[in-house]
Design a binder for this molecule. Structure first.
Ligand code: ATP
Ligand code: MG
Length: 694
């Protein structure tokens, strides 16, 4: 090691404990870190990347990190940048599984059988497309909800089953499966025709591409010399296979995870992948981290008691903290969901009054529906808050509308986007017009956009049939608008200018501004026209972040070198990925720094907050009644464990005697989990809850 490297290595190991240092400075090899919450797994991963760069002198382009959310990926980049300097970041691939697949498919689209500028179909778009197909097939959309079919299709794809495979299975079918058998093939075909790729398709296509193109797989295996994966317990079978396909003889993988925090089993994640990794990758060194650096011992004791009741753990671990016993955990008893919100509102208000920063407070819940009461309580008190997950920024109708306008500027064939906005704002192009247009498109085997051009051209000629002429009359203005927007795209000097122009020229901004005004949406009501403004801000940040980045990547000659320069395409891809993946957060909230954080426990994974409230710690809510009726509450237990271990200083577990479900008041009471951990407190003394308590 030369002198500089010694300096770097001392710097990178500073403050780490022995086990952490061992992992960070280990020789190049496969490694598995299995350790409990808050033991510094993510910190080790970040330091290891820095070590590889600075001490092992591995070029950034040979390193790939994979994390679970876009936010985590961005944070990782930032933390690595702080340790080793920003200049290496442009060549480092710091991705989520989704964004990794997107990058690979864009670079090698023809091998994947895609056009170079395919669009991503996010969850909202997926539902719209399925609704359209159901209508064409005469299927009742109320009985077979598009969202239900969408998730059924995703589940099939996540198992690697295409429509053809599904139809081949000759098992007896439920009604829903029969419907699925009719919808899925058309869905697949429409996606192909409209050049759309949905989320599960990203992964499936990438796998299919890498399985058959040996030379591409070799190329990538030679490129990715070091792969580091955080939250490994939540990888599914296909993600695991992707990792295997990407790692060649000379690749080393570091997998970091905690089986006790596996909370995506319902979506096919399997923490047994950690065991599999240990067996299937060569000479894996396993390292355990023991100390928890996050929480006080009272919080950890509760987490330990709760998780110890699971009998399907890979490793029995106990969390031991370094910060002393700390405050006792508070159990907050409320008479109803409404009073729960009032009580917590009171506590938060008085904490803020005493100088606690709003951003240090988090309110976590099992289901999104539990946030409404808390939201309205906080907004009545004028306490700023941000909801993560839930209806995310990019899933909001107004943002989806804006994105649909942008998408049709990129892809003429994107009927799903076109039909979404053809009558938003209202242009008197109702269902009848749309129906006619689609019929023409089907007859002519062309896209809806081409059909509009045809109708406008022939319908405005003298002697055109009456019906066609009247259709043309209705569509001419819309056709002109699209032309105008296209010319805007040609002449805009920047991405943000284009986004702003499209939002304004399309009439979308004014439409939502008037709507907000009419509905008297208040300051905290998430005004829709302001969300549109925020989208422009996002475009500005996107420009700044990507300035010169993507083009400098010296990836081996890709098929589509020029396309990576198309900033609109990249922008839309990146926001489409941020939408719908449930785990991602909006750009909006990040720009409002001092707000109370509201999110599901699922979205809180990997994060930490000084003060944590978990609401709805009720019977039938956590564990959920569905899991109870299934007779397996182990994943719910892990979920509660994840929630509890987010807290640094103080934790409040709140439950209620009764709660409204679908407008009906039902008796609930404390969760069995609460009863299990409460016993732990009998007779214990400790500081009472003076900080949280009013
Ligand atoms: P989770 O399982 O929730 O993802 P984790 O194991 O990834 O947790 P980190 O988020 O890396 O844990 O670390 C938890 C906290 O402990 C962070 O605030 C981190 O900065 C701090 N920490 C980790 N290691 C040390 C250390 N050696 N000394 C002091 N603080 C540490
Ligand atoms: Mg972590």
């Amino acid at each position: 090691m030369d002198c500089m490297a010694t300096l770097d290595s001392d710097f990178l190991l500073k403050g780490l404990n022995d086990a952490q240092s061992e992992a960070v400075s280990a020789p190049l090899q496969n490694m598995l870190i299995v350790a409990g919450a808050g033991t510094g797994k993510t910190r080790v991963l970040v330091s290891r990347v820095s070590w590889l760069l600075k001490v092992e002198n591995i070029p950034a382009r040979n390193i790939l990190t994979v994390t679970f959310t876009n936010k985590a990926a961005a944070e990782m980049r930032q933390r690595i940048g702080e340790l080793v300097g920003e200049d290496v970041l442009h060549a480092l691939w710091s991705c989520t599984f989704h964004s990794l697949c997107l990058r690979l498919l864009r670079a090698y689209s023809s091998r994947a059988g895609l056009s170079p500028d395919f669009s991503i179909l996010d969850t909202e778009g997926q539902k719209l497309l399925i609704k359209r197909i159901e209508k064409d097939l005469g299927i009742d959309v109320k009985e077979y909800k598009p969202s239900q079919l969408a998730s059924a299709i995703s589940t099939l794809k996540e198992k690697g089953l295409r429509a053809e495979d599904f139809l081949k299975k000759k098992n007896s079918r439920s009604e829903l499966q029969n419907v699925l058998g009719r919808v899925y093939p058309i869905y697949e075909e429409s996606c192909k025709q409209e050049d759309l790729v949905d989320f599960s398709e990203l992964l499936l296509k990438t796998l299919e591409m890498l399985r058959v193109h040996d030379e591409l797989r070799d190329l990538l295996q030679r490129r990715f010399k070091e792969i580091l994966v955080d939250e490994f317990q939540d990888t599914n079978v296909m993600q695991y296979e992707l990792l295997k396909l990407l790692s060649g003889k000379e690749t080393h993988v570091l997998a970091v995870g905690d089986d006790d925090q596996s909370i995506y089993g319902w979506r096919g994640a399997d923490f047994a992948n950690m065991q599999r990794f240990g067996k299937e990758f060569s000479q894996v060194k396993t390292i355990a981290l023991q100390k928890n650096y996050r929480s006080s011992q009272n919080i950890l004791d509760i987490a330990n008691v709760l998780i110890s009741a699971n009998d399907n753990r890979l490793i029995q671990k106990e969390l031991h903290g370094v910060h002393g016993q700390g405050y006792r955990v508070e159990f907050l008893h409320n008479s109803s969901g409404y009073f729960e919100a009032v009580n917590i509102g009171n506590m938060i208000a008085s904490m803020i009054k005493r100088g606690v920063r709003a951003r240090d407070i988090a309110v976590l819940y099992r289901n999104n529906s539990l946030s409404a009461a808390i939201e309205s309580e906080l907004s009545n008190r004028g306490i700023p808050y941000a909801v993560y997950g839930g209806l995310k920024f990019f899933d909001r109708a107004e943002i989806q509308d804006a994105l649909a306008y942008l998408r049709i500027l990129l892809n003429d064939a994107d009927d799903t986007a076109l039909l979404r906005i053809i009558n938003v704002p209202s242009r008197k192009l109702g269902p009848k017009v749309v129906e006619n247009l689609r019929r023409i498109a089907q007859d002519r085997k062309c896209s809806a956009m081409q059909a509009i051009a045809l109708v406008c051209e022939y319908g405005s000629q003298k002697g055109a049939p009456k019906e066609l002429a009247s259709l043309a009359k209705k569509l001419v203005a819309f056709g002109d608008l699209i032309k105008k927007l296209k010319s805007l795209k040609e002449h805009s000097s920047s991405l943000s200018e284009l986004v702003k122009g499209v939002i304004e020229e399309s009439g979308l901004y004014e439409y939502y501004r008037l709507k907000d005004e009419k509905e008297q949406r208040g300051e905290y009501d998430n005004q829709r026209h302001l969300n549109l403004e925020q989208l422009v801000n996002n475009a500005v940040s996107f420009e700044a972040e990507n300035d010169g980045q993507s083009t400098e990547d010296d990836f081996e000659p890709t098929e589509n070198a020029n396309n990576s320069k198309d900033s609109l395409l990249n922008f839309i891809s990146s926001v489409s990925l941020a939408a719908g993946t449930e785990l991602s957060e909006s750009g909006l909230q990040e720009s409002v720094p001092d707000t109370v954080n509201l999110m599901t426990i699922h979205s809180s994974k990997g994060l930490e907050f000084r003060y944590v409230f978990i609401v709805g710690f009720d019977k039938g809510v956590l564990p959920s009644s569905i899991s109870e009726s299934r007779g397996d509450i182990s994943e719910e237990r892990r979920l509660a464990y994840v929630g509890i271990t987010r807290a640094v200083e103080q934790l409040c577990l709140s439950y209620s005697d009764q709660r409204l479900f679908f407008g009906k008041m039902e008796v609930t009471g404390p969760s069995q989990f609460l009863q299990e951990v409460a016993g732990h407190y009998a007779g214990s003394s400790g500081k009472p809850f003076e900080v949280m308590r009013a």
